[in-house]
Each structure stands twice: as structure tokens, then as C-alpha cells.
Design a protein around this ligand. Sequence first.
Ligand code: NAP
Length: 348
Amino acid sequence: MSERLVIIGSGPAGWTAAIYAARAELRPLVFEGAITEENRIAGTLPLGQLSLTTEVENFPGWPAGDLEHYLNHAIAPARRGLMAPHGHEGVSGPELMELMRQQAANFGARIVTDDIAKVDFSRRPFKLFPLAGEPLEADCVIVATGARANYLGLPSEEAFKNRGVSACAVCDGALPRFRNKPLVVIGGGDSAVEEATYLSKFASRVYLVHRRDELRASKIMADRAKNDPKIEIVWNHALAEVLGDEKQGVSGVRLAHTGHGETQERAAAGVFLAIGHTPNTSFLNGQLELTSKKYVRWTVPFRTNTSVEGVFAAGDVADDYYRQAVTAAGTGCMAALDAERWLAHGGH
Ligand code: NAP
């Protein structure tokens, strides 16, 4: 028997779609992703990119600061014992994701801890091929597989992943190995500036290495980096090699000038890549129309429709512009409503 609605992905978009679809009694089946070494290295484990962050300060309803104080103020005394455990530092990314997952499960969403490795959208019901489980059919699908951070693809970068090389400053920046040491951030966009600014709290110095002589980041962010005494921008350079050894991990970088090619070495305990993201769309194998950057294309303005009728997309997998937890959740809600209406009209 074919599933009515399958949701692929378990970030804010996937869970919000699941919450709405479950409340609409569609009994969605959520493929939250597989827990594999490949997914860990690629940054595509269940619960999405938010599970790789620390405090989330901008998700509405979760104020930063003393959460206990806010909750005591906002929630009647009789209800306080029912609240999730909370502390003094706002909500963390992993906590927020666990709460969303629970919220979906409470309304009856069924959850499978597996990837969808392949799809066949050429006819209905659609066919989905999990990595480990048996193939299944679905009347309607919501793709919410998000995006992952890019790496340069250098062998030395690969060799030192998790031993000083990272693509997520907020996940790893506070680790003891990086404290009071010089660190390197590669990139010139808002993410690179944000990561450099964040790392400057822990590092002795941050080298922001950019391949051009002008930052891509917005002016306000760029000014923040330029005015931070701990950040030094190294213009017109690319990462040629991550230096280090087996025992201590990263000890420095070799940088190459993007014009004349001359190289220089700098001591550093960590290298943080902030060179953009890649959407997790390869499992679609060309069956949905993608943008030039390989994001799923939304084909109807203000809707989550894709090029295949009955397949909807939500969150970062279809959005390289806003990329926020709350916008992903918003489009997750939209996708569930679009799917519900499409199914209610007999799937057309
Ligand atoms: P991005 O804007 O695409 O910037 C990527 C940066 O990495 C660019 O500076 C690019 O250099 C560089 N780069 C790309 N490939 C490279 C390579 N192979 N070698 C060296 N450098 C490379 O990506 P992003 O910074 O992740 O931002 C993505 C979106 O999220 C943007 O719309 C951004 O505004 C938004 N965002 C906003 C905030 C915020 O407002 N707080 C924070 C983070 C992200 P070039 O400049 O030479 O192309």
C-alpha cells in the first residue's frame, strides 16, 4: 500500500511539515536520515544544520538569555512543571530540533532513521528507495533535505577534518584546542565574517583569508570584521595546504597568492571553511528541476510546488537566499498545506 505523504529530511522544514501534516491527519512518514560515518563527515546527520550549532537566538518564542526567567514570566505557575527542561542560556540548536521532532511525533508523525538514497518520480505513486530499508511508494512527497557546508577538496583538508579543520565555527570554535590560538577562516561572505567574529572571542588572532581584494559580505558585516582588532584579513590568498601532524592535528596553513602564486605559511590551530553551501539534492538524480546552483526550483510563486506535480520542497534545499531556521520552518508549513490541498483534490 502506498504511503499518503512522505517527508524527506529532519531540519526545521521537515519537522514543521510533519507537525502540520500530522495535525491534518495525513499520518506522514518522515525519513529523518541515517546515522552513518559518511553523513557525519558530510554534515548531513539527522536533525539538520541546526543540530550543529550552539545557542539559537533568533527563533521566535525562544529568547536568548535566562530562559527560566522568561518562561516563569510567560507561563502560568500551574503549567510550569510541564515545560521541557530549560536553562539560563536560551535554547540550543540540538534542543530546538529535539523539541520539534517530539512535537511531530506527538501528533502521530512516524519516523524512520534512514536516508532516501534514490527516487523515481516518473510515475505515481512515486517510488522511494531507502539506503537500508525496503523500497516504498508515496502519493505525495515533501523534499526537505537541506544543504551542507562546502569544503575545498584538498587532501590535507580531508586528513585533518575533526582535528582542526571544520566548516562550523559555532559547533567547534569553543573546543579547548582552539582557545587562545591563532585560527584561520576561509571565505569572504557573510558566513566567513560571522565565523571570524565568533571565533575572535576564543582565538588569540583570526586570519580571514579571502581569494579577492573585496569581501562579498554585506557592508555591516564586513565593517565588523574590518574593525575587529583580533581579525586580520589576508586578501588575495587561497588555502593551498593545511599543515600539521598525526599527533597534534592542525599546526598551520600554507596560503598561495591568487595573482602571482607566491606562498606563505602561518601558524594556526584551526582552519574553518566558510565558502558556501551545497544543497542535498544529488539523491534526486535529475528528477526535479534544479537551479543553476543545484537547489530545487520552486515552480509556482509563493508556493512550494516543484517541477513534478505532487512533490513539494521546503527549507534550505530550495532556498539559497534566506537560509534561516524560521524561514525553513515557514516553508515547511507551506509545503504541508500545499500537500494537504493537493491530496484533498485527489492529487491533481
Ligand atoms: P556566499 O555568500 O556564497 O559566500 C561564499 C564565500 O566563499 C565568497 O566570498 C566566495 O568568494 C568564497 N568562496 C567560494 N568558493 C570558494 C573557493 N573554492 N575558494 C575560496 N573561496 C571561495 O556564502 P555564505 O557566506 O555562506 O552566505 C550564503 C547566504 O547566507 C548569503 O545570502 C548570506 O548573506 C547569508 N548569510 C547571512 C548571514 C547574516 O546576515 N547574519 C550570515 C551568514 C550567511 P567570492 O566572494 O570570490 O565569490
